[in-house]
Design a protein. Structure first.
Length: 358
């Protein structure tokens, strides 16, 4: 793992992963961040490492075959970590085609570029021999499994049953990654994580949105009754788990990454209000979104027993640290909650509230 291509590295998890790798891997030769800088891509997330001689930023699209060819020729990657994806469920309901092209077609083009450069004999379609030490890792989500009832947990053997255009596009991408392993012998892994939280998360997601609104005494829009349950994973723990899979994971395997922190959305909202000393009267229940899964929960037994990874953060410590980070970076929040995001916010939440009250 000396020459890494990170796609979507200006986003929330991708930027945290880049910080993690540059801090913890002294033998790294080059890390290239390929990002199209759409609404959630923010180079401010990486401002403090811009001058690192091992770090290179390239603005571009994973669907651009010619660009990928150029980057592979120039940097000779041995590792790919594919974060780049449209990732917000509400946006996928509004514009599903964008999610299909970015998340599925983009993944296929990236896989193809890796296969062309890593396979030893591309002329032999039956050959399954690749350069030593290369690895492609697909960063996926527990949402591909669908929803759970009141009990049970997702394992790596759980059937895929996505319920939104977003999760369907991620499931399709996962199936392509598996197909490239089974058909071409490509050395791949897939990781499926639970809900992440932590620094640099774009404030359309639950935790940073609620922190921002509460701090500014705005209403906190909560879908339905707010009892949707998620397993919460600190992004630093996620980055450590991805690195563990890259270094020790069995080729072709899927690894679930969970934080062992099941919380209802309304519980998190109330906790944030309590920490900030704000009234629960700021909570506003809005019309639930279509196809909203009620509960996710990750069984991370495989990665903890086979690869000896464990989450380091308790939710109580992690959420307080996260709230403090956003309070300390209020200017960052102000900059990313302007312009196009404000129009989206109105379309998603104000409109839902109007429907709910109409």
């Amino acid at each position: 793992m000396k020459r890494i291509l990170v796609t979507g590295g200006a986003g929330f998890i991708g930027s945290n992963f880049i910080h993690y790798i540059l801090k913890n891997h002294v033998d790294l030769e080059a890390l290239v961040n390929l990002d199209l800088l759409t609404y959630a891509g923010n180079l401010e997330n990486l401002h403090d490492i811009e001058s690192n001689p091992k770090y290179y930023f390239v603005k571009g699209d994973v669907r651009d075959r010619n660009l990928l060819e150029t980057l592979f020729d120039e940097y000779d990657f041995d590792t790919i970590v594919h974060f780049a994806a449209e990732s917000h469920v509400d946006r996928s309901i509004e514009t599903p085609e964008l999610f299909l092209t970015t998340n599925i077609v983009g993944t296929q083009i990236l896989l193809d570029a890796a296969k062309q450069h890593w396979k030893i004999d591309n002329k032999d379609k039956y050959s399954r021999e690749y350069r030593k030490g290369v690895r492609y890792l697909q960063v996926s989500t527990d949402e591909v499994y669908g929803a759970l009832g009141a009990t049970g947990m997702f394992t790596e053997k759980t059937a895929l049953s996505p319920n939104s255009p977003y999760s369907a596009s991620k499931a399709g991408a996962d199936l392509l990654v598996n197909a490239y392993h089974e058909t071409y012998g490509m050395p791949v892994n897939i990781t499926r994580c639970s809900n992440n939280y932590g620094p640099y998360q774009f404030p359309e997601k639950l935790i940073p949105l609620m922190i921002y609104n509460a701090y500014n005494n705005k209403t906190l829009p909560v879908y339905g009754d707010g009892t949707q349950i998620r397993d919460w994973l600190h992004v630093s723990d996620h980055c450590a788990a991805i690195t563990t899979v890259l270094e020790s994971g069995t080729v072709g395997e899927v690894y679930n990454i969970g934080g062992n922190n099941e919380k209802a959305n309304i519980e998190i909202v109330r906790l944030i209000l309590n920490v900030l000393g704000k009234s629960e009267s700021l909570i506003e229940h809005v019309k639930d979104r279509p196809g909203h899964d009620r509960r996710y929960a990750i069984d991370n037994t495989k990665i903890t027993t086979e690869l000896q990874w464990q989450p380091a953060y308790t939710f109580e410590d992690g959420i307080r640290e996260t709230i403090q980070w956003y309070l300390n970076h209020n200017e960052w929040l102000e900059r990313v909650t302007s312009g196009k995001y404000q129009k989206y916010y109105h379309d998603m939440y104000d409109r839902a509230s109007e429907k709910n009250n109409g």
